[in-house]
Design a protein around this ligand. Structure first.
Ligand SMILES: Cc1cc2nc3c(=O)[nH]c(=O)nc-3n(C[C@H](O)[C@H](O)[C@H](O)COP(=O)(O)OP(=O)(O)OC[C@H]3O[C@@H](n4cnc5c(N)ncnc54)[C@H](O)[C@@H]3O)c2cc1C
Length: 510
C-alpha cells in the first residue's frame, strides 16, 4: 500500500453535491480537502454541448446500473444511467433546474428533518444560482451556476402555456421556481451558460477553483471502504491505477457518491443492516437498518400527438412545464405530476424515437411515487454494482397518476391554443389499453433519492447535520439523504444539500 496522505476532509464523489462541498470547504485556505472520483476527467467535448447528452448515455462516463426485473412493469429491467466522471451525473444530465415544491421540504421537516423546511433552505437554493433574470426574493444572482429560462426558442411553447390557462391554470410564463410551483404553466429553467454550454457541477464549482493549493482532486479513484479507528472514521481506502491506496481524514470523511453508490459504500464499510452485511462477510460497525432502504425515483411516460404542420426540432429535450396534484384525496400534498412538453421531437431524441411523422411530445412524470424500493449489496467486492430494486409501479396510486395525466393531456389538446397544432394521438392512442401502455412504456427519469435518509426515526441513516448515526467523523451529503424525493428534477436539491452541509461544517468549525 502506498504512503498515506493526510487531509482535513475527504469528499468521496465529485457530483452535484461533492463539487459543491469541495468548493465551499476550500474557500477557507486552512482546510485541506481531497476530492476522490471513481470516473475520469470531464474533457470529452460532448459533455459541454447540451444537444449531445444522449450520446453520453451508455458510454464509459456512465455507471449503467440495471434494475432487477420490475413486476409492475411487465418484468422489464430498467437501465438507469448515472454519471461516472468528474461532475457526476451533472455531466450527462438534461440540465433542467427545478427547485421542487415548498411542501416537499416542509414535509421533510415535519418527518424529523429539523432545519430542512423550505424557508430555511431557500437561501441555499439561491446561493447556487446566477439567474439571468437577476436576484429577487426567489432567485439568486452571482452564484456559481448559470440558470437560464429555456434558451432554445424551438423548445418554448406559448401554445402549451396558454392551453393550460384555458383550463384554469396560471400562466403563461409562470415561474415554477418562484413563490408557488404548482398550478401555473411556464418555461423550464436550465443550467446552461450564457454562451450555450452545459453548466455541470464541475464547470460551475470546480473549474474556477482548480488552482487552490488546499484542494487535491484525484480521478479514477474508486473508494472501496471508509477506514475506522473504533467508531471513528479516520480515512478511506481506494483503488487508483491498479494500486490500493489510503488517505487519512483528520476531521471527516464526507460520502457524496449518489443515491445508489453512497449506501453501497457505507455497507462495504460496515454500516448498514447487520444481517445483510454479515451475509457478505462484512463485520458490522453499526447496525443501521435504513441504509439502502427508502429508494425513490421519478418515472416518465411519453404521450405523442401528430403535428398538423412541421415545427423546428429543438436541441433541448423539453422546454415547458406544469405541476399539478392529481391526488384529490390528498389535497395538501405536493404535486405528484410534473407535465413537461416539447412542441416538436428534440433532435437528440429523433434517432431513438424514429417517428415517421412530425410530432409534439408530452412527458408526464410521476414525482411523488408511493412505490418505494431498495439498494442492496451484491457482494463485498467494491467493483460490483449494487442490486437495485425500485419496485416501480408497485402501488396502484402511481399508475393512477399517469391515468390522470393522460386525461389532462387530452384536455389540453382539446383547447383552442393546442387544438390548432395537434392532429391525432399517436401514443398511447385513444382506443388503447392505457394501464397496459403505462406498465409497458414508463422508464426512469434518473432521479434516485432517499437511500441514506436524514431524520431522527429508526430508519434514519444521518441526523439533521448529516452525520452518520452511531459513528463519528462521517457524513453523507447527496441525493441519498433526501427523506422524500421532491416534486421536480433533483439537481437543485443536491446542490442545496451541498451548500447547507458545507455551511454546517464551516460554522461548526468557527
Ligand atoms: C441522464 C440523467 C438526466 C438527468 N436530468 C436531470 C435534469 O434535467 N435536471 C435535474 O435536476 N436532475 C437531473 N438528473 C439528476 C441529477 O443529475 C442528480 O440528481 C444529481 O447529479 C445527483 O447528485 P449527487 O451528488 O447525489 O450524485 P452524482 O451527481 O451522481 O455524483 C456522484 C459521484 O460519485 C462518484 N462515485 C460513486 N461511487 C464512488 C466511489 N466509490 N468512489 C469514488 N467516487 C464515486 C460517481 O462516479 C459520481 O461522479 C439527471 C440524471 C441523469 C443520470
Amino acid at each position: 500500500m502506498a504512503d498515506e496522505q493526510s487531509f482535513d476532509y475527504i469528499v468521496v464523489g465529485s457530483g452535484a453535491t461533492g463539487c459543491t462541498m469541495a468548493n465551499r470547504l476550500t474557500a477557507n485556505p486552512n482546510i485541506r480537502v481531497l476530492l476522490l472520483e471513481a470516473g475520469d476527467v470531464d474533457t470529452d467535448p460532448r459533455i459541454a454541448e447540451p444537444g449531445n447528452l444522449v450520446q453520453l448515455w451508455g458510454s464509459d462516463l456512465d455507471w449503467k446500473l440495471q434494475t432487477e426485473a420490475q413486476s409492475g412493469m411487465n418484468g422489464r429491467q430498467i437501465l438507469i444511467n448515472q454519471g461516472k466522471v468528474i461532475g457526476g451525473s451533472t455531466a450527462l444530465h438534461a440540465m433542467m433546474w427545478v427547485r421542487g415544491n415548498r411542501r416537499n421540504y416542509d414535509e421533510w421537516e415535519a418527518r424529523g428533518a429539523e432545519g430542512w423546511g423550505f424557508d430555511a433552505l431557500l437561501p441555499y437554493f439561491k446561493k447556487s444560482e446566477n439567474y439571468e433574470g437577476g436576484a429577487s426574493e426567489y432567485h439568486g444572482a452571482g452564484g456559481p451556476l448559470s440558470i437560464r429560462d429555456c434558451p432554445d426558442p424551438a423548445s418554448r411553447s406559448e401554445a402549451f402555456m396558454v392551453a393550460a390557462t384555458e383550463l384554469g391554470y396560471d400562466g403563461p410564463y409562470w415561474d415554477t421556481n418562484g413563490e408557488r410551483q404548482e398550478n401555473g404553466a411556464g418555461l423550464i429553467q436550465f443550467t446552461i451558460t450564457e454562451d450555450g454550454r452545459r453548466a455541470s457541477a464541475s464547470e460551475a464549482y470546480l473549474e474556477p477553483i482548480r488552482d487552490r493549493a488546499n484542494l487535491t482532486i484525484r480521478q479514477r479513484a474508486l473508494v472501496g471502504r471508509v477506514v475506522f479507528d473504533g467508531q471513528r472514521a479516520v480515512g478511506v481506502e481506494y483503488e487508483h491505477e491498479g494500486q490500493l491506496q489510503r488517505a487519512r481524514a483528520e476531521r471527516e470523511v464526507i460520502v457524496s457518491a449518489g443515491a445508489f453508490l453512497s449506501p453501497k459504500l457505507l455497507m462495504l464499510s460496515g454500516i448498514g443492516p447487520a444481517d445483510q452485511l454479515r451475509s457478505h462477510g462484512i463485520e458490522p460497525i453499526v447496525d443501521l437498518p435504513g441504509v439502502g432502504q427508502n429508494l425513490q425515483d421519478h418515472l416518465q411516460l411519453p404521450v405523442v400527438f401528430r403535428l398538423k404542420e412541421e415545427q423546428p426540432n429543438p436541441y433541448i429535450l423539453t422546454g415547458n412545464v406544469l405541476f399539478v396534484n392529481t391526488r384529490l384525496d390528498r389535497p395538501d400534498a405536493p404535486p405528484d405530476l410534473q407535465l413537461n412538453y416539447t412542441p416538436a421531437v428534440p433532435a437528440p431524441l429523433a434517432p431513438v424515437l424514429n417517428l415517421p411523422v412530425p410530432a409534439m411530445i408530452f412527458l408526464p412524470i410521476l414525482v411523488q411515487p408511493d412505490s418505494i424500493g431498495e439498494v442492496r449489496l451484491r457482494s463485498a467486492n467494491p467493483q460490483d454494482l449494487p442490486v437495485v430494486n425500485p419496485n416501480y409501479l408497485q402501488q396502484e396510486a402511481d399508475v393512477q397518476t399517469f391515468v390522470q395525466a393522460v386525461k389532462l393531456i387530452r384536455e389540453m389538446v382539446g383547447t383552442q391554443a393546442l387544438g390548432g397544432l395537434a392532429a391525432e394521438e399517436l401514443v398511447p392512442g385513444s382506443e388503447g389499453d392505457l394501464e397496459g401502455y403505462i406498465r409497458a412504456a414508463t422508464s426512469t427519469l434518473w432521479h434516485p433519492a432517499g437511500t441514506c435518509k436524514l431524520g431522527t426515526d429508526d430508519q434514519a441513516v444521518v441526523d439533521p447535520q448529516l452525520r452518520v448515526r452511531g459513528v463519528e467523523g462521517l457524513r453523507v451529503a447527496d441525493a441519498s439523504v433526501m427523506p422524500r424525493v421532491p416534486s421536480g428534477n433533483t439537481q437543485a436539491g443536491c446542490y442545496m444539500i451541498g451548500e447547507k452541509a458545507a455551511d454546517m461544517i464551516l460554522n461548526g468549525l468557527s
